[in-house]
Write a protein of this length. Structure first.
Lengths: 349, 231
């Protein structure tokens, strides 16, 4: 019994032991409590210059740490600190709140709370860049166009961001038809592309409901897989042991089930996401913007990036279309992705 | 089984059967202006399991525990507790045998037990949990192998690292002893073997399915594996 007590005591001591924070190689986790949600923010990287990239992950329902398994994240962490914020009800985020209360507006307030806490912890001199991928593009845009929120942000990096889902559906159909016909002419997966064409050609683009939107999204992912197999999209690099450790850190089962209840089965919020169109309000954004898109992104076609570039109210802007990328340019063309992000941050930090 | 609870807005209390899992208007079912409120599938599953265990206990033979000394009625178990199979933790169980019925082939036991443990979520947070179960254990006389099924209520608390709250007026406050508490009934299936050892009297491996109620907006299951010894 004595040995067991000693063993337990040592184990607890090891678990609770502290280590000094190394700002140049930050490895921190903090929780932000806001409106019933307890949301972790995992902060990794070099915070020497107090430059933070706040990652707005996709989904809704994905996990912020997914991005950390890409080489892009590893290289960016060498220069800046990345805040992997788990949005409410997703990843390892916890708490008690009502599904009916979830709105895009509430989630922009969550993001505001994250910013306040980061300033509180790391100082008001900290500088923040927002990077929103996919759904994170919709959330980030909604945040920036609200009140004076954008004054807190040095720059907005939208990566294949879904700031206008009704438009996405229409652009995805156009793209599936154009690329599908090209691929059939090239005799690449002709039968499979024909199936996609048969489906999208019969859609009434004036009347796309949520169910059709889901199916367009499914077909879009499928189309990207065909192009990946035929080398039109550059294959992502294989996962390393470090990536496996990052995946181990995530809480898959709980995260997926929780996200299903919070978003997939939450028809009220799902409907809000699917019908929100922020294109008309992009002119409210006046901070520096970088729009990064994959040429073969059918999930969120690059036309949205081009539109956003044209509509934001700033001259400090750039749009980059990666020629061999799909919905995840940070994985398909990591070097080019990192170069563009670093150049942007260095220009506006 | 898909039982729905149906609240008639004019005349309450009508029970209907429905396959859907979400509240739906009965317009879909050709009945207008009514709403169906249904039990989540996890609750239905839990209900069936509770009934199964209760029936197992109710129909088991009433035992004579006089043959056991007080010392034999109580025992401890310690175990490694791997949440989601691989996230590490430790657990200690206190057990009390309140019914025992031996026969030629096996010994049936009814055990009340209390569990206290913690899980470690590397580079994230900790969790402590405490649950109480009624367990049925059948031990084969021939080789000492046993199987266990147990069910009971509990409490689970996530313990966060540094946590900050943003108040309604926009100020940031540090929260002391931060965490989140959940009602967490646990269901256990396990097997093991009695050992001829003075210190380690048996070894066992259990699968523990814990349900956290009111986690974010609903319920989530936590699947764990427990490997331990009776001491």
């Amino acid at each position: 019994m004595k040995k067991i007590i000693i063993f337990l005591s040592l184990t607890i001591l090891i678990f609770f032991s502290c280590k000094k924070e190394d700002i140049a190689d930050l490895s921190d986790v903090i929780y932000i409590r806001h409106a019933g949600a307890d949301m972790p923010a995992y902060i990794y990287g070099n915070a020497s210059d107090k430059i933070f990239i706040i990652l707005l992950h996709g989904g809704p329902g994905n996990n912020a740490l997914d991005f950390r398994t890409s080489r892009s994240a590893k290289e960016l962490e060498e220069k800046y600190a990345i805040v992997y914020w788990q949005q409410r009800g997703q990843g390892s985020s916890e708490g008690h709140f009502d599904a009916d209360d979830i709105t895009i507006d509430l989630m922009t307030e969550d993001l505001n709370a994250v910013l306040k806490v980061l300033k509180y912890k790391y100082g008001n001199e900290s500088r923040f860049f927002l990077m929103g991928h996919s759904w994170g593009g919709e959330l980030g845009t909604a945040f920036l166009i609200k009140d004076d929120n954008q004054l807190q942000i040095n720059g907005w990096i939208e990566v294949d961001g879904a700031h206008d889902i009704p438009k996405i559906n229409i652009e995805a159909i156009k793209m599936l038809i154009n690329v599908g016909n090209e691929q059939i002419e090239l005799n690449n997966n002709s039968e499979k592309w024909q199936d996609i064409l048969d489906y999208v050609m019969q859609i009434d683009t004036n009347n796309i409901n949520n169910e059709t939107g889901r199916e367009i999204n499914r077909q879009s992912h499928q189309a990207e897989r065909y192009l990946l197999n035929d080398n039109f999209i550059q294959k992502p690099e294989g996962k390393t042991m470090q990536d496996i450790a990052i995946m181990y850190q995530q809480d898959w089962l709980t995260g997926i089930i929780s996200a299903c209840y919070t978003y997939v089965y939450n028809s009220k919020f799902y409907n809000e996401i699917e019908t929100t169109s922020l294109t008309g309000e992009l002119n409210k954004i006046s901070i520096p913007c970088l729009f990064l898109w994959g040429k073969y992104d059918f999930v969120v076609p690059s036309q949205l990036g081009v539109d956003a570039y044209n509509l934001v109210n700033t001259t400090d802007k750039k749009v980059v279309i990666f020629e061999k990328s799909g919905h995840f340019p940070m994985e398909n063309q990591a070097d080019e992705f990192v170069d563009n992000v670093v150049t942007f941050i260095e220009s506006y930090k | 089984m898909n039982v729905g609870f149906f609240m008639d807005q004019n005349n309450s209390n009508t029970i209907v059967m429905n396959k859907n899992l979400r509240p739906v208007t009965l317009a879909k079912n050709n009945i207008k202006n009514h709403t169906v409120y249904q039990f989540p599938i996890t609750l239905k599953f839990l209900l069936i399991l509770i009934l199964s265990v209760c029936s197992q206990i109710a129909f088991s033979q009433v035992a004579d525990t006089n043959s056991l000394t007080n010392r034999q009625k109580y025992y401890f178990e310690v175990s490694y507790y791997g949440y989601n199979l691989i996230k590490p933790g430790l657990k200690a169980n206190f057990n009390f045998i309140f019914k025992q019925k031996p026969n030629e082939k096996k010994t049936n036991l009814l055990i009340a037990n209390a569990h206290l443990g913690f899980s470690w979520y590397p580079h994230s947070h900790f969790a402590i949990f405490n649950y109480y179960q009624i367990a049925y254990r059948g031990i084969k006389s021939k080789n000492g192998k046993f199987f266990t099924i147990a069910l009971g209520p509990g409490v689970y608390r996530s313990i966060y690292p540094k946590t900050y709250k943003v108040t309604d007026d926009g100020n940031v406050e540090k929260i002391y002893f931060p965490g989140s508490t959940y009602f967490s009934p646990a269901l256990t299936f396990g097997s093991g073997k009695e050992l001829n050892n003075k210190i380690l009297k048996a070894r066992f491996i259990d699968v523990v399915l814990m349900f956290l109620f009111d986690y974010n907006t609903n319920i989530v299951p936590l699947l764990s594996i427990e490997i331990g010894f009776k001491i």
